[in-house]
Design a protein around this ligand. Structure first.
Ligand code: PBG
Length: 329
């Protein structure tokens, strides 16, 4: 009790603050999302994500070497699929010579030890911009999961270490796990987007991949029939238990900052590592406010990343990974 306890004694100098700091960011906390496009020598800045790029395979090769040199050992791959290869069922997703499959091989050739995680969902491949097959105005669940399982096998065969289903279909973790087991791909991990909320913060990402739900009659305009309602907490706990029971090795909460209560809750609830995705809209908001001079970029970037870790994240997927790690020295 005061004055016997004066808490400011532990805040009085840099040295003491460093000694008692409870949470420390390190390069090994991060998972780096990368956007891959067809072509050669391409590094195009994404309009809504300043200083973040879509890159072709040759640039990807250089990029992963640079990341590895910075101590960043894990990437999460996304592909921008040419419009003429899109359909309702994501047929191109299963092409063993598809962009994702080539991207996986490119990373492994350039940097064999780099841990490769891949996005598993139909939206980049869908003419409708949905994570599942669309029929009569609804998103089909079980038919979609079967394709996700095939897609996971294809990624694993190309060399992916983990598949990361980001679609929120029911039961897909079990279907994917069983499919991998059947193919004896027993060492391929699953990072499940487990509590993925129907957030407004994915806009810049959909811009990056040109994967937003389309404005076509009888196609839902949003993803609320599969992604979670931001109002719900118990539902996240239910999802977490089910995904772990179905065989998820890692579960994810997404977006980050607005959902840190959920992160802490799931951390206390289940015994698998928790990943948090600081999403494109969170990145864009910091970049935009900093550009206007209204906030200090690096201060806010590090504050949000440390908050994500403090809340319970074992893994942070972030577009800031490279910048943050350079700053941490
Ligand atoms: C889609 C997917 C999305 C993101 C990752 N995978 C967008 C969506 O659900 O519409 C968003 C990532 C981000 O905004 O950074 N399967």
């Amino acid at each position: 009790m005061y004055p016997l306890r004066r808490n400011r004694r532990l805040r009085n100098s840099t040295v003491i603050r460093n000694l008692v700091r409870e949470t420390i960011l390190t390069p090994s906390d991060f998972l780096v999302p990368l956007f891959v496009v067809e072509g050669n020598g391409i590094k195009e800045e994404i309009d809504s994500m300043p200083q973040y790029y879509r890159i072709s395979l040759d640039i990807l090769r250089k990029e992963v070497k640079e990341l590895w040199g910075l101590g960043l050992g894990a990437v999460l791959l996304f592909v921008k699929v040419p419009e003429n290869l899109k359909d309702n069922k994501g047929t191109e997703a299963l092409n063993e010579f598809g962009l994702m499959q080539r991207a996986i091989k490119t990373v492994k050739e350039a940097c064999p030890e780099m841990l490769v995680m891949t996005d598993v969902a139909l939206d980049p491949y869908s003419i409708y911009g949905h994570d599942g097959i669309v029929a009569n105005g609804v998103i089909l669940n079980d038919e979609t999961s079967e394709i996700l399982a095939q897609m996971s096998i294809s990624h694993a065969e190309a060399g992916a270490d983990f598949v990361a289903p980001s679609d929120m279909m029911d039961g897909r973790i079990q279907i994917i796990r069983e499919a991998l087991e059947d193919e004896e791909l027993i060492n391929t991990g699953i990072m499940s987007y487990c509590a993925k909320y129907a957030s407004g913060l994915y806009g810049p990402f959909r811009n990056a991949l040109q994967s937003a739900p389309t404005d076509i009659e009888n196609v839902p305009r949003d993803k609320q029939s599969y992604q979670m309602d931001p109002a719900n907490r118990l539902e996240a706990i239910k999802e977490a238990h089910m995904d772990v029971d179905e065989g998820a090795d890692i579960i994810m909460v997404k977006p980050g900052i607005s959902y840190l209560d959920i992160v802490r809750e799931l951390k206390d609830e289940v015994d698998v590592p928790i990943a948090v995705y600081q999403v494109s809209g969170e990145y864009a908001m910091i970049k935009a406010a900093a550009e206007k001079g209204w906030i200090d970029h690096n201060t806010i970037m590090l504050e949000q990343l440390i908050s994500i870790k403090r809340a319970g994240a074992d893994i942070i997927a972030s577009y800031f990974a490279k910048e943050a790690v350079k700053l941490l020295g």
